[in-house]
Design a protein around this ligand. Structure first.
Ligand code: ZN
Ligand code: CA
Length: 373
């Protein structure tokens, strides 16, 4: 039923449309047209306006047909990471990659292509289903801003899938961590490095000491932490008075994440105190963790569909957040599915065409089985 050529052509077309985060307009217009051509309504919200982007989230729905209403949410994101200008996909040896100067953007246009093909197949073949709600989000990369600003009053599904993970079709992400961002300004005192250094408080030294007192990297099986950005100082003859630091803490366990963030803040505060510096810290929880039980409906649905197609089904966790974190926080039981994209966020990103097709078969099977499981 899946039209492999049509789907691949559409995927290639989507990858050629540049859509870095916040600049999804051209892709959104293309998708609006495609959705309308299917005879479906399409709604664009004002999330873009609120976050400084040029397009909003797109929402469309398919009314239940032949089955009792139990709408299923499907989501993929429109934006890609950079470098994303002038993407030219190359189809070769059963896989699609970029020419090497840009990402491919299979993350997440593979998800979009799968959803569009599945909608088409359902309508063409009048496949019975309990209703579908489709969301194409903006600005997933680096903030989940589209999903965070989505108007959830229009969403009635209580169960769904985000198509936005590496790993072959059959990979089912049932847990993902929460994340805190930590931004700090270490304030010392400036002085001439050669004339009166004893009057200065070296903010670089204080920051370095504080960081050396933090536990970073993989802290246990479910917790990680990182200092990713540090900046400060003006010249070698000035004792630096300001350093800015940005870091993060993640965990599948809420308490562990909170404790790790607190420990990183304490290292900064105590060290600053010790050296007579000051520190301003801002922490923000970017998203919350989720963990779907193996016997939950949403997990069983994906497992059963994968097995019925002979795809290797695998339940696993992710170290990163996705729109699924936001949906779960809004009470929609939502797993993230592997759709075969590989080496994402690099210029070597690629996807096998067979995985693209299997991703579509899997979603179609999930829709068929929904309501029966
Ligand atoms: Zn993605
Ligand atoms: Ca990504």
């Amino acid at each position: 039923m899946i039209n492999e050529k049509r789907m691949l052509d559409e995927f290639l077309q989507l990858t050629r449309i540049s859509s870095p985060s916040g600049k999804e307009r051209q892709l959104a217009d293309c998708l609006r047209q495609k959705i309308r051509a299917l005879g479906l309504p399409v709604n664009e919200d004002d999330a873009g306006k609120r976050v400084g982007g040029n397009a909003g989230n797109l929402v469309t729905a398919l009314a239940p047909a032949g089955k009792k209403p139990q709408p299923l949410l499907l989501c993929a994101h429109m934006d890609t990471v950079e470098p994303a200008r002038g993407i030219e996909p190359v189809l070769e040896n059963g896989l699609v990659r970029s020419r090497g100067e840009t990402v491919l953007g299979a993350d997440d246009k593979a998800g979009i292509a799968i959803i569009l093909e599945v909608l088409r197949v359902i309508l063409e073949n009048k496949i019975e289903h309990g209703g579908l709600e489709v969301i194409f989000t903006i600005w997933e990369e680096g903030g989940l801003l589209g999903a965070k600003n989505l108007d959830f009053s229009g969403v009635s599904a209580r169960l769904g899938f985000v198509l936005d993970c590496d790993g072959p079709p059959g990979t089912i992400i049932t847990r993902a961590p929460s994340q805190d961002r930590i931004s700090a300004r270490v304030k010392g005192r400036a002085a001439h490095a050669g004339i009166n250094p004893e009057e200065g408080v070296n903010a670089i030294y204080v920051a370095a000491c504080a960081i050396s007192r933090m536990k970073l990297g993989r802290l246990d099986g479910e917790t990680t932490a990182n200092i990713g950005v540090i900046a400060g100082g003006k010249a070698t003859n000035i004792v630096p008075d300001l350093v800015t630091i940005e870091g993060e803490a993640r965990s599948l366990n809420r308490t562990k994440r909170e404790n790790q963030t607190a420990a990183m803040c304490a290292a900064l505060t105590r060290t600053a105190e010790e050296f007579g510096a000051r520190v301003e810290i801002v922490t923000e929880t970017l998203y919350h963790e989720f963990a779907l039980p193996e016997d939950s409906k949403v997990v069983q649905l994906a497992l059963t569909a994968a097995r019925s197609l002979g795809l290797p089904a695998r339940l696993t966790g992710s170290g990163g957040g996705s729109d699924a974190n936001i949906f779960n926080a809004h009470g929609i039981a939502c797993a993230n599915l592997g759709i075969g994209m590989q080496k994402v966020h690099t210029t070597e990103e690629f996807i096998k065409t067979a995985d693209l097709v299997n991703g579509a078969r899997l979603i179609l099977e999930i829709i068929r089985l929904a309501g029966e499981i």
